[in-house]
Design a protein around this ligand. Structure first.
Ligand code: ADP
Ligand code: ZN
Length: 197
């Protein structure tokens, strides 16, 4: 990112499946920015209270303190003078996150967002495709398939719940490659949720 002129902001997106190291990579980038004496602030959606009410925490227990917000629109004001703005679990934010990130970048800030690119069905997750399209830099991370050891690009849900947002992660999802991933079929879902069939 050396070629960026001073005062020019940009957007970075770190995406991939569950356990692909998105949060770890976000924390690494933000720590380096702090070493570079940049003012750093990290946000996460209020609904994600998996491990810590305020901080962001990776599956290997690295953490960074952060601010939980209920709507993306709250971020610009709270970001204040921060030069680097991090966003974890970006996929859970409302669509406003995209214009908000663009606004922050236009104001000269470096914006680093981490989020799931696909939901449990393997479909693009909410605002993520749009965020990736407007970002200057996109990094795709891979986990390890728990079945065969290949690089994993999918998050396999181990229950038959059909909601797109299902928190609590660890025992509900596992990383799988394309070959080992399967979407629970409609028949199974209907047996589980007859009211929604
Ligand atoms: P993400 O934010 O993408 O869900 P995290 O950064 O929270 O991922 O966690 C990544 C860490 O999870 C890895 O460094 C590793 O220690 C651990 N891990 C557990 N299961 C797996 C897996 N199947 N593949 C890769 N890493 C895994
Ligand atoms: Zn596999």
């Amino acid at each position: 990112m050396q070629f960026m002129r001073p005062g020019c902001g940009w957007i970075e997106v770190i995406c991939g499946s569950m356990y692909s190291g998105k949060t770890e990579e976000l924390i690494r980038r933000l720590r380096l920015a702090r070493i570079a004496r940049k003012e750093v602030l990290v946000f996460k959606p209020e609904l994600d209270t998996r491990y810590s009410a305020t901080g962001i925490v990776s599956h290997n227990e690295q953490s960074l303190s952060g601010v939980a917000v209920s709507r993306a629109r709250m971020i610009p004001e709270l970001a204040g003078g921060a030069e680097v703005v991090g966003v974890d679990e970006a996929q859970f934010f409302d669509g406003e996150l995209v214009p908000v990130c663009e606004e922050l970048a236009r104001a000269g800030k470096r914006v680093v967002c981490a989020g799931l690119d696909k939901d449990w069905r393997g479909e693009p997750f909410g605002l993520m495709p749009r965020l990736m399209a407007v970002a200057e830099f996109v990094t795709k991370q891979h986990a390890i398939c728990v079945v065969c050891g290949n690089p994993a690009n999918f998050s396999q849900r181990k229950t038959l719940a059909r909601e797109q947002v299902l928190l609590g992660a660890t025992d509900v999802y596992e990383a799988r490659c394309r070959q080992c991933f399967s979407v629970p079929d409609e028949e199974q879902l209907e047996l589980f949720h007859p009211e929604k069939a």
